[in-house]
Design a protein around this ligand. Sequence first.
Ligand code: ADP
Ligand code: ZN
Length: 600
Amino acid sequence: MTSPARQTLQEVFGYDEFRGQQQTAIERALAGRDSLVLMPTGGGKSVCYQVPALLRDGTALVVSPLIALMQDQVSALHELGVPAAFLNSSLSREDQDAVIGDLRRGELKLLYVAPERLVQPGTRALLSQVPISLVAIDEAHCVSQWGHDFRQDYLGLAGLAEWFPGVPRMALTATATALTRAEIIERLALTDARTLVSGFDRPNIRYQVQAKTDGRSQLGRFLNQHRDEAGIVYCLSRKKTESTAQWLEAEGYTALPYHAGLSAEKRAEHQRRFLNEDGVIIVATIAFGMGIDKPDVRFVAHLDLPKSLEAYYQETGRAGRDGLPAEAWMVYGLQDVVRLRQMADESTAGEEYKRHERQKLDTLLGWCEVTHCRRRPLLAYFGEELAADCGNCDNCLQPPATRDGTEDAQKLLSAVYRTGQMFGAAHVVDVLLGKDTDKVQQHSHGQLTVFGIGADRAAQAWRSAIRQLVVQGCLRVDAERFGALVLTEASRSVLRGEQKLELREDPVVTRTRRRKGKSSAGEEVAITDIKLWNALRDCRQRLAAEHSVPPYVIFHDSTLRQMLSDRPDSADALLEISGVGQAKLQRYGDEFLTVIRQAG
Ligand code: ADP
Ligand code: ZN
């Protein structure tokens, strides 16, 4: 017999099976128990609280940090025929009163609230007068003070247990190192909660990392394979997002900047265009992204290093939520490391925090330099083990060549030592190559025995060797002294010849091949009938405009693709397609069936 939870999943959401830990989370909530749900982005967190919200008496409260996200979630629920609303500062007095009226009459199954709103005594008084079925705390890692999205308001949520006694609570996040988990449990007082972890792997995302030579033209080559696709390009500074967006526009892309320095209207407009139009690129600082649940983001590109592996995982996780192939692409150089170190050192935070930040950066850097499968160490960082190499990262697809780099390392370390451990990578490389620069003359470095001993290798190879030695702990970048390279304990054993070193050969030109056919995420449905495909997309676009929602709220690409391959010819056949539930069948079924029939 089908359980009520499964029946709801099928009838309302149009999905056949639960994913990962969804079922357990739902069952616990139905039994009145607390949970901490850890799922990767796109893993299906919302279903975990939406299903019990529909099955339990009363209204479920969903605490969510972002106004834009609430709006999206609520309109997506309306499309599914679920009565839901939100309370936040964007509502007019009248709209607020209407929501409160619905709430009091028991007409809402879900109510989204911003944390700052929830902690107000007025809101709590209101909520104490209505039956609350469940409290979901989305983006729960925002309580973590060491995390990257800390929000002061989230600390107030410790009171939830007291305000709603006996009501099950569910905290949800995609960020889940052991430290963050422990913090969430403590700060939200989830003492009785079970932690439910779903696989963190995102097999459809292809990871690629390259040494930065000329970031912009490298990006240009990468984007060439993604014409007309939606994606996000992350940069560290506001200025760079602006100039990169301009350059992309000139190259014929639709690219919009997004950063905290733009007016709220501009940001909202750019976000809206990204969501509602096909093939828009957002060039953003980290100010963009949390709560963007656009399913068809085909790539996330990093022109600068993110702050940590956690941040990288979360940012790249915005690609490919629909499960179709997507790419996470990044270029990085030693300069990024120096800059991030300086930013960490200059912050006014305490010593412990800074040390923590430095460690995180080192972990990320180490990951950038790995010579084997990238997915394995990435998942290991989140406590998950992958049984075999993934076959869908740059190192798996084109294994990098390695060589015995002991002698090169010795040359390099000697050059650092002889020049007094006072100079950054650029000058050390010049000395190795024997370049007669102003700086070389000024410091009489042309006299040194190490001058020119590395002329047999290109500058790029030396920069690569420096990065790898830093990662292996044989060289340190001193951010306080503007990136000066200094020796470490481990350097000495290399210099004395007691330790052998493997170095990776960086490919001179890194070119990524256009993926074809099969990816490890499964067969990509080939679009064999362009005419029908376009007709389906037009139909979706028209309905989206009529309902004032983004196209993917009507149906995902993956749902349209299945229509294309299965050609359903009846309501029942349409219901078989993943993403088609009762409400959507009634609303849109006829329109799509007509389109398919006309295609013959
Ligand atoms: P998250 O909040 O974890 O990033 P969402 O809740 O937005 O993820 O879900 C990601 C996508 O997966 C959504 O489009 C959702 O409808 C879909 N989804 C969720 N659960 C299932 C399921 N059991 N089967 C198929 N698709 C699902
Ligand atoms: Zn791999």
